[in-house]
Design a protein around this ligand. Structure first.
Ligand code: 5GP
Ligand code: ZN
Length: 111
């Protein structure tokens, strides 16, 4: 937990952000500036700066993030038409919040 990290504060329940999903390891909430009809963020409670900072001990957490995104796509009703999963990595990759998060983007096409 880093106090100057926005996503640590959000994941720690210190803001009024509504969680779509929460468990011991991560939270899911809507992106404040959506780039798609469905734009949710899957955010671990553990502070990890970016994909570049992952270690072997984080493998289960990353698998959990991807599996949670899959389940959230089902929940949002976008699994069958399809969706994008995106990690922006460091500023050159478009990352602006330096706390690991997985973007779930979809809903352009609904079947
Ligand atoms: P990045 O570019 O770092 O991969 O994505 C960060 C995302 O966090 C952006 O899409 C941005 O809109 C979102 N975001 C930034 N601040 C907040 C906030 O306070 N609340 C929520 N729900 N999303 C945020
Ligand atoms: Zn953080």
């Amino acid at each position: 937990m880093e106090n100057d990290c926005l996503f640590c504060r959000i994941a720690g329940g210190q803001t009024d952000t509504t969680f779509i999903y929460e468990d011991d390891n991560l939270v899911v909430f809507k992106d404040i500036n959506p780039h798609a009809p469905v734009h949710w963020l899957v955010v671990p409670k553990k502070h990890i700066r970016s994909i570049n900072d992952l270690t072997e001990s984080d493998q289960d957490l990353v698998a959990l993030m991807i599996d949670t995104a899959r389940r959230m796509a089902e929940k949002a009703g976008i699994a069958r038409p399809g969706y994008k999963l995106l990690f922006n990595v460091e500023s050159g990759g478009g990352q602006v919040i330096f706390h690991l998060h997985l973007h779930l983007l979809g809903g352009w096409e609904r079947k």
